[in-house]
Design a protein around this ligand. Structure first.
Ligand SMILES: C[S@@+](CC[C@H](N)C(=O)[O-])C[C@H]1O[C@@H](n2cnc3c(N)ncnc32)[C@H](O)[C@@H]1O
Length: 252
């Protein structure tokens, strides 16, 4: 499984999708304030269509670098930044497993929903740690491993093997059958305005790479790397769902 495959997937699934600003901003505010980010250099690792980069830039960060392997998403992020009239953002096609930046370059590294889509999430975390300055903060939102994870994985691993041309139709069919439980997604829909159930199914079950962790595993990893946990949300995130847990940690 290579990163080109993941990049192509996100070109299709995310290029058109920009999460709603006010809802996303509320979640950003759970972790950062304008005071904390003022004039700071920020890396938004796996920025997608750039909503968090835009928020950091609007909140007064000195420079925000959004990186992603999906060119389609990056183009949308560039357009969005232009729409906001921002001068302190730049978007680059980079792989977070091998970043071209010097060590201890950024004050803040933000990776929301991204390391678990790489071939080696802990290596990605280590690379993010490398480019983070001492005293800098790292934010990670990672998929939670639960008792039901293996069921989701059986479904995903079956569906990703189907021909690509059939994916949209399969999503429509699945959405039809899952419609009775759609109310479960109501809250999520609030913050992912514009994303249909079909798109949600595509994002969840057709993504080429998806890893899951228990919060303790990430906590232990960060501890070994000399981080102090400053904030932990067990089940929240932008979508107010139990699928992600979030750590904000500071490099000693
Ligand atoms: C679920 S999206 C999250 C986007 C964004 N962080 C957000 O929350 O709006 C995951 C993103 O990670 C990116 N990604 C996956 N593997 C990557 C890698 N190795 N290097 C950089 N970006 C990667 C994907 O292309 C995709 O845009």
């Amino acid at each position: 499984m290579n990163k080109e495959k993941v990049g192509r997937f996100y070109d299709v699934v995310w290029t058109e999708y920009i999460p709603e600003y006010p809802e996303t901003e509320k979640h950003w505010e759970l972790f950062y304030s304008e005071k904390e980010v003022k004039s700071k250099w920020v890396l938004d690792a796996g920025c997608g269509t750039g909503i968090f980069s835009i928020i950091f830039a609007n909140k007064g960060a000195g420079q925000v670098t959004g990186i992603d392997i999906s060119e389609g998403s990056l183009n949308t992020a560039r357009k969005l930044s232009k729409k906001f009239g921002l001068k302190n953002t730049r978007f680059e096609k980079q792989d977070m497993l091998a970043l071209p930046y010097e060590s201890e370059f950024f004050d803040i590294v933000w990776a929301w929903g991204t390391v678990h889509h790489t071939t080696d999430p802990l290596r990605a975390v280590n690379e993010l740690i490398r480019v983070l300055k001492k005293e800098g903060s790292l934010l990670l939102a990672v998929y939670t491993r639960t008792k039901l994870t293996f069921i989701h994985e059986i479904i995903r691993k079956t569906l990703v093997r189907t021909p690509r041309w059939s994916w949209k139709s399969l999503c429509k069919i699945l959405a039809f059958f899952l419609a009775p439980v759609v109310f479960l997604f109501k809250r999520r829909e609030k913050s992912r305005k514009g994303e249909t159930l079909e798109e949600l199914i595509m994002d969840w079950y057709f993504v080429p790479i998806r890893h899951y962790y228990k919060p303790e595993e990430i906590k232990n990893h960060l501890g070994k790397k000399g981080f102090i946990i400053e904030n932990f949300l067990a089940a929240s995130g932008r979508f107010n769902s139990t699928s992600n847990f979030i750590y904000k940690a500071r490099k000693k």
